[in-house]
Each structure stands twice: as C-alpha cells, then as structure tokens.
Design a protein around this ligand. Structure first.
Ligand code: SD4
Length: 324
C-alpha cells in the first residue's frame, strides 16, 4: 500500500503532525475527541479571582470576550496591592513605573502600548490603539499623549509602598528577578464568549527594577499574547526576554493548531525555552491557553504558578504541571 494511502486509512498521526482525517474528525494527536465544553469561559494567569469574577460578569450577560478581558485586566491595574500591574507597579531602576499592555480580538485585530507612564489602565489604551488608530503599537510619550487625548487621567503610578521598596533596592541595585513574586504577577487573560468569539489581553509593569526603556513580552503580539479565532488563544507570564525569543504565545497557538491540547501546547513551548537556556532554573515562565472549544491548559517551569478559570460550572484555581 502506498504510504499516503496507509496514512489516510489508518488515521494515525505521522511525526507528530495530524492527518487530514484527524483534523476533520476534530481529534487531537492522541485521537481524543475534542468537544465544546461550554461557553462562555475565561481564564487568567495567577490567582486573580477578582479579575476573573469581573470578566465573568460581562460574559454571563452575553457580553463580548473583548469587553470581558478588558474589564478583568482593569481590576488588577487598579489594585495598588498588585505591584506587578498598573498603579502601584514596581518601578524601573530610575524609579519610573512604565507599563506594557496588549489586547487582541477574534478578527485578528490587535493593539498595544509599551513603556507608557502615568496612565493606570494600559489595557484600555491598548484597546483604543487597536480601535481608533491605524497602528498596532504606541510607545512611551506618544502612548501617554494619545491616552490623555482620549480622556485618560494622568496620575502618579508610584505608590508609597513601591517607592519605599525601590529606595531599599537602590542600596544594592542588584537585578535579580524573583520567581513567583508574591505568587502574583503580570495578568494575561483569555475569554471565549457566548457567541463563540475569542479575545485576550495582557498587562504588566514588567520586571521590577528593569533598565529604563526595557520592554518585555507582554505588549508584543505573538510573544506575550496571541489569539486565533480558528484555533485558540494563549498568553504568558514570567521572564519576558525568553518568551520573546521563542515567540511563545504564537507558538502555543500553532501547537494547538497542529492538534495538541492546550496543556500539551503550553508544555512544549515551555520546554523550547528550557532546551535553549542552560540557566533555565533561574527563571519562571508560565503559559496559559484556551482553545476555541473552551478547553484550557497551562504549564510552567517552576511550581508555584497557577491560573484562574471561570465557566458555567464555577470558579476554579488550577495548579498546572511544571517542568521542575
Ligand atoms: C515581562 N512577562 O515584562 C512580563 C512580566 C512578568 O514576571 O510576567 N514578570 O517580562
């Protein structure tokens, strides 16, 4: 029997690739039937229960995935106790809080802001970039000026707590990102709404005490966030430099396109970083992914990472498998 015919008949995958028959039959690499496990659903990096709760209030009223992810992300941006996102974020080594954020919808539209100061809701500015400009990315002063023109309020994002910690840090000026800092970090949030549309958002103040002007993965489409309505969505947290080098979120979505489950896709993408980096034990990376059927998954290097899922069955904190 000719090889091509055999493949067609057996329906087996070859070299990790799905056959046409499997894709058509909506099966993953292991032959498991993929099923819609119910819309709507949202997931978010870390234990951000107020954020997923807020996103859910949008989704359960048949709101859009885009509104849901923006609403959820804004909760963390406004929370001064979350020192990795929005107002209250830790500053760079010059003492300036600079924010990175991105958003993407089911039609492949996207917007982001990088290294923006003085505006709390970076996710909303990213959305404005997507919806109201001919561009996808605005940086620094230009992003801030655009936000102010759009009616966003300028405010000092450095809270007394973050300022005090920064003054202490200045004594050593040692740049050593802390793994699972306070078990809370960048928020990446993905949603599938009742209409079956996907969207994602990602917002952060970046690595604490980074060099001035440093930009991480979070505002870079394909790195910190990617959404493909035909497949699913993914987002990242952790050491952005490594995520950028491997175009991580795009990779996770492409792996799902090849038939991997969200969990497995996140695992392969994390392992790509591990393989490339002899110092991987010093860094944390966490990916979360949501496919177009509502299945979610995640994987990380170090234990300690978790993610929130809210769907019609309830609100869960999920601890994914980790490399170490
Ligand atoms: C960054 N990925 O700027 C973001 C921040 C983060 O742990 O998740 N820090 O690299």
């Amino acid at each position: 029997m000719k090889r091509r015919k055999f493949i067609k008949k057996s329906g087996l995958s070859v070299g990790g690739m799905l056959t046409f028959a499997q894709v058509k039959a909506n099966k993953d690499l292991f032959g498991t039937e993929k099923q819609s496990i119910g819309k709507p659903v949202c997931i978010a990096t870390w234990n951000v229960k107020d954020a997923t709760q807020a996103a859910w209030t949008v989704l359960k009223e048949s709101g859009s995935a885009l509104d849901a992810v923006e609403t959820g992300a804004k909760v963390e941006e406004a929370d001064v106790n979350n020192q990795t996102v929005g107002k209250g974020g830790r500053p760079d080594r010059e003492g300036n809080v600079t924010l990175d954020a991105s958003i993407m919808d089911h039609q492949g539209n996207c917007g982001s802001v990088v290294c923006m100061q003085n505006i709390t809701h970076a996710i909303s500015v990213a959305r404005k970039v997507m919806e109201d400009t001919p561009h996808v990315m605005l940086a620094g002063k230009g992003a801030e000026q655009f936000a102010i023109e759009q009616g966003f309020e300028a405010e000092n994002l450095l809270t007394p707590k973050s300022a005090e910690e920064y003054q202490k840090w200045l004594k050593t000026s040692n740049y050593e990102p802390v793994i699972n800092i306070e078990n809370h970090d960048t928020i990446g949030i993905l949603a599938l709404d009742a209409q079956g549309n996907l969207a994602g958002g990602c917002t952060t103040s970046g690595m604490a005490y980074k060099m001035a002007g440093r930009v991480g993965d979070s505002p870079i489409i394909g790195a910190g966030l990617f959404v493909d309505q035909k497949v699913g969505a993914a987002t990242a947290t952790g050491m952005g430099e490594e995520v950028v080098k491997t175009v991580g979120s795009f990779l996770v979505v492409e792996l799902m396109r090849q038939g991997h489950s969200p969990d497995k896709a996140c695992q392969i993408a994390v392992e790509r970083i591990v393989e490339n980096n002899p110092e991987y034990q010093k860094i944390q990376i966490g990916y979360i992914a949501l496919d177009k059927y509502g299945n979610s998954g995640a994987y990380c290097i170090h234990p300690g990472f978790n993610y929130r899922r809210f769907d019609t069955k309830g609100h869960e904190l999920i601890t994914p498998r980790s490399h170490l």
